[in-house]
Structures are given as C-alpha cells and as structure tokens.
Design a protein around this ligand. Sequence first.
Ligand code: PEP
Length: 255
Amino acid sequence: MARKPLVAGNWKMNKTTIEATFLLQELAYACEKRYEDMDVVVCPPFTNLRSARVVFDSDKSGIKIGAQDVFWEDEGAYTGAISPLMLKELGCSYCIVGHSERREFFGETDEMVNAKARALIRHGIAPIICCGETLETRDAGETESFVTAQVRAALTEITADEAQKAVIAYEPIWAIGTGHTPTPEMAEETCAAIRLELTELYGTATAQEMRILYGGSMKPSNVKHFEPLPNIDGGLIGGASLVAADFIDLLKAFD
Ligand code: PEP
C-alpha cells in the first residue's frame, strides 16, 4: 500500500509577523512545483496562520496550513484557548497534538491529547498525534511499550474510519532539537511497533493507510537515513522548517 508522504514544519514559538511573512513568501517562491503526490504542511504560531493562508492561497505550491495546538471545546469561557472551529475557519487542515513540549511545559496528558484529537476529527481537521520516549525510557528498554501506550490512549474512542484521518508522529524526546537522531534501525523498529498497535486497534487495512512520521533533528543531511524506511511516511520538522532552503530540500527528499 503506497501511502502519500506528508512533511510538516513545526515552527514552534518562532517568528514575528514580519519575519513569518518573509519566510512564508520565501517558501512559496522556492517551491518549484505544486506537490500533488505529497502533503506539505506548515504549522506556524496561531498569530501567523492567516498570513500563511493568504500567501499559500495565492501561489502554486499547494502547501497546506496546520496549527500547533487546539482546545477541545468549540467555544466558551476558556480564556486563551483556540477552538477547532477557529482553526477550521482559518483553513487549517492539520493540527499537531501531544507534542512533547506541550506535555512537558503545559501539563498535557494522554487524556487531553485524546480529547483534542477527537475534537479535531469532529471538525474535519487531521490531528498529527505526537508520541516519543525519553532517554531514560529508552535506556530501560521500555520504548515500544511506552510509545504504543501513548498512541493507544490518544486514539481512545476514535473509530477506524475516523482514525484514517489521523497521523502519528514518532518523536523521541532526546532527538528533538538536540542534533541527535536514532539509527534508522531504531526509528524503523519503533514505527513498526506503532503500526502493529494500529493494526491491533483497527485491523490491517486501516493501519496500512495511516501515516507515521518521524520527527527529531531531521535535516537535509540525515533525511536519507529515514526516507526509505518502510514504516516512515514523512517527517515532522522543527528547526529545519525555519530555513526555507532546508525545508524545500526535505520536501524533495520525500517526493
Ligand atoms: C519537533 O519539535 O517537532 C521537532 C522535530 O524539532 P526538531 O526538528 O528541531 O528536532
């Protein structure tokens, strides 16, 4: 089963409006083609989503936009929160949930990740569900059980039909922003375990359709180690998505 690759840039909390507009235009300009056989997503901060929509609507690249987080209610007294309805109105087709930085700095639990994923699916936005282990968990030999438990929890009460829209991003915490990456064998082993978990949850057909991304210090110089792996269908890119030329090189690698 050939899955459509997906490459998503997670800008995190970077770029003022002026800086973002510049990077978005650089990306739109440098994108030499419209990516029909691959989904390309840029996830800037909330404050830059509208600029992103305007820039990508008016060019040929076909780049989609995504958010980095969401709250699970549609509206109400939730000061500071952004709802899936608001993201939909801005044209977001993807939204990252459960990033390790949200889990670490904002106390996001598996239950919250699940509530966010369900709310997004209800509104037709594909959740990019992040999972990944610490170095201590890996050293204890518990990576697979830890990561698959995160995936199972995030997909609670999500049906096979709904799950097809979801994307899993395997991001070892010790690889995020550190320059360290797992060996291809380690990355493939964990992503294969995730696919097995998806098979147990939803059966082979759905599990074979769902996309699993690798994330963690991926850049043009190391993408060749990950791109050919059978259970890796693209990348979630942090630092390298802030440099237009690097992000474009990563797109080319998965195209
Ligand atoms: C991320 O935070 O999702 C990520 C993959 O970051 P980086 O590429 O900078 O390691």
